[in-house]
Design a protein around this ligand. Structure first.
Ligand SMILES: Cc1ncc(COP(=O)(O)O)c(C=O)c1O
Length: 400
């Protein structure tokens, strides 16, 4: 009945858990929701005010398909100020979220017979988009024992003569891990020699907790400018997930092809949203710093609370707002066998929604989102710890 393309993809598994938790909450069930992939903060008021002003000014018609000039200039100005990189508005397209920025780029750059490298544990959409483009995803794994560090050596070892692209997400979902500037530089230099595209998913670029050098746009703009695509988003930085706005910064030919693709599908991003995001990018960035401070506090608390049960093995995340503990010590052939079963049991038995590692191609882990209040984090971690301690599995090592 359906086209073959439809059979190659499935609904985002991260959205599935969120939907189940939302349904239970709507029924009045006391669910602690650690599934959220979005900020719990309201959109900053000056941003919403700009949207209201746009409606009042009747700025409610089609805009240029690729976005307003004002918003493109706001994007280039933000990257100039934040990263010292210089791009022109002709190298920018405004998209319905970072997701569409990536989708456009993947669709116009890759096709049948191409291999595209990305990394796991990682955001499943990247792999699905590669498949939608009829290219072949090649997965490089990162490991908890190495802090999920993404190494240039592992990415480059996966390159073959068919490799056309490498897609990197840093800070990463679900691990919060960063790629270092040195590793990205090594990837970029090799990619430049071999004519490989590097796509950078910077969706969580504003959510980095510790003062580490992470000027990835400068690395790509100086070493691989004509073969790199920077994909950004207003969603997480400005608590604007529902407004749907992101952007891609890329060579003009890629922007032009992405523009053509978008012109036959979604057209321009909502005009009102564009005005709001312009206000977000050009206005005070204090709101971003405030939210970052709050997430940092939550990350630190969450790590401390979970440390009470050492069999929940955690890697302290450097960015984003997720923790990705290894729960395999609680799995057994005659008890709860998989992290998917554990996530379901947590939801059914103690009403905690967490996303199973299977959603990120990484069984044995669960993802806890800390885009929720400290109070909820405390209640939820207590429920998880109490629950896993009832499971009949190996004891914690003495003295742990
Ligand atoms: C790693 C990653 N990249 C990109 C996105 C896209 O977000 P949006 O389309 O809202 O900008 C998400 C959303 O969860 C994400 O986790």
């Amino acid at each position: 009945m359906l086209a073959a393309r439809a059979g190659r993809i499935a609904v985002s598994p991260t959205m599935k858990v969120a939907a189940e938790a939302m349904k239970l909450k709507a029924q009045g069930v006391d669910v602690v929701d650690f599934g959220a992939g979005e900020p719990d903060f309201p959109t900053p008021s000056h941003v919403s005010d700009a949207a209201k002003a746009a409606i009042d000014a009747n700025f409610t018609k089609y805009t240029t398909n690729s976005g307003t000039d004002e918003l493109k200039r706001a994007v280039t100005a933000r990257y100039r100020e934040d990263y010292g990189v210089e791009y022109s508005p002709g190298e920018v397209i405004i998209t319905a979220g970072g997701k569409q920025a990536l989708f456009n780029a993947v669709m116009v750059l890759f096709g049948a017979g191409d291999e595209v490298i990305t990394h796991m544990p990682g955001w499943p959409t990247l792999v699905e988009q590669i498949k939608l483009a009829e290219a072949t995803p090649v997965i490089v794994r990162t490991h908890a024992e190495e802090g999920f560090r993404l190494r240039a050596g592992s990415l480059l070892a996966a390159v073959t003569p068919r490799t056309r692209g490498i897609i990197i997400n840093s800070p990463g979902n679900p691990t919060g891990a960063l790629i270092s500037e040195e590793d990205l530089a090594a990837v970029a230099d090799d990619a430049a020699r071999r004519g490989i595209w590097v796509l950078l998913d910077l969706c969580y670029e504003k959510l980095i907790y510790d003062p580490v050098p992470h000027n990835l746009p400068a690395v790509l703009s100086s070493r691989l400018r004509d073969r790199s695509v920077l994909c950004g988003s207003a969603s997480k930085a400005y608590a604007m997930t529902g407004w749907r706005c992101g952007w891609a910064i890329a060579p003009a030919a890629v922007v032009s092809a992405a523009n053509a693709l978008q012109s036959h599908s979604t057209s321009n991003v909502c005009s009102i949203t564009q005005r709001a995001v312009q206000a977000a990018l050009t206005g005070s960035q204090a709101c971003v710093a405030d939210m970052l401070g709050e997430y940092r506090n939550r990350r630190d608390q969450l790590c401390e609370w979970l440390a009470a049960e050492p069999r929940l093995r955690i890697v302290r995340p450097a960015g984003a707002f997720y923790l990705f503990p290894d729960v395999s010590d609680f799995l057994s052939p005659d008890g709860i066998r998989t992290s998917a079963e554990l996530a379901q049991a947590l939801l059914d038995d103690v009403r905690v929604a967490a996303t199973p590692g299977e959603a990120f191609d990484s069984p044995g882990f669960i993802r806890i989102s800390y885009a929720t209040s400290l109070h909820e984090l405390e209640r939820g971690t207590a429920r998880i710890i109490d629950y896993v301690r009832t499971l009949d599995v190996r004891e914690a090592p003495a003295g742990a």
